[in-house]
Design a protein. Structure first.
Lengths: 160, 160
DNA sequence: TCAAAACAGTTTCCTAGTAAACAATTTCAT
DNA sequence: ATGAAATTGTTTACTAGGAAACTGTTTTGA
């Protein structure tokens, strides 16, 4: 993106952003946009969206997790989780079980195809997580994550 | 919780999040959600959304800014900016001007009503920015903003 | 015991934001 | 000059995600 991007950049640089360069809200939005762009560059070809990606990983780590707990953990609303799960079900990657001890709830687990899918793309997943961090040093990365957790009130209970 | 508590239920605290607690992507999403929640608590009563808030401020700071430059600065797509601007126009807060020197473009500025609106709610705006930061110390805040800028490739190395 | 309340998930409808095709204007290469 | 290409913004059609009302199930309390 040579000459034209340069011109755009110049125009953009002239904008007075003094309200925004110091706004945590705006900067987290920038970070979010960056994350999405990187995600689609790295993993878009598998037809997986960011929310789906973390949903799948979390079910894999926590077989039998209840759907509502999953939604709460990922900070999405139950209504949206219903849609995510149905899409995974249609693809044959996730299995829904209604347990006898509480027939209101839904317990989730990966199917064999779901586990195969993760395994098949594990390299790309790992590469993606690495590329997300590429612009920071390791020390900066540790600090950024700690501050993001503190800012968002995320109690990082268990150290692993 | 008598006899049937044999099956250990996976509650939120017990969820294995080892893929996510170290994912910058997930943590930026948490920060984004936190920011939105705080925004609606502080400013929701004025019928203003986060994107609208920064749009209005930026036009106020940069009278005559072109619509496309504004979109690029805020990292939203031109198609969406068209809708945001139309909403402001309908409310009588923003004015669109087609300049003679390039009749493809649109130049934006606040109306008197727009300036009055900002002035009227300036206290709430300031209070909101402060409450966004409340969970961090001043030093942590400076570090967080610096790292977010670096992570998201936000050039703006002009100190103000 | 049994109606009322609470809970877990779903459905319906709505908003924020994007992608792609489009129209109008300007620029660029002959 | 002039047709091709690039640009600026808009329209249309779509996806991610949320709010509120709803269904079915479990718990609670008199």
């Amino acid at each position: 993106m040579p000459a034209s991007a340069l011109k755009e950049q110049l125009t953009e640089d002239a904008v007075d952003m003094s309200d925004l360069t110091n706004s945590v809200g705006f900067l987290t939005r920038l970070a979010q946009v960056k994350t999405y762009e990187t995600f689609f560059e790295d993993l878009g070809e598998y037809g997986l969206r960011p929310g789906e990606y973390s949903t799948l990983l979390l079910i894999g780590r926590n077989p039998g997790i209840r759907q509502g707990v999953l939604a709460q953990t990922l900070r999405v609303k139950p209504a949206h989780m219903t849609k995510l799960i149905r899409a995974f079900e249609d693809r044959g990657h996730v299995e829904r079980t209604i347990p006898d001890h509480d027939r209101r709830s839904v317990e989730l687990s990966l199917t064999q195809a779901g586990r195969d899918f993760i395994e098949k793309h594990r390299t790309a997943f790992t590469k993606h997580e690495a590329s997300l961090k590429s612009s920071l040093t390791e020390a900066e990365l540790v600090t950024l994550k700690r501050l993001l957790r503190k800012y968002s009130g995320f109690a990082a209970e268990e150290e692993n």
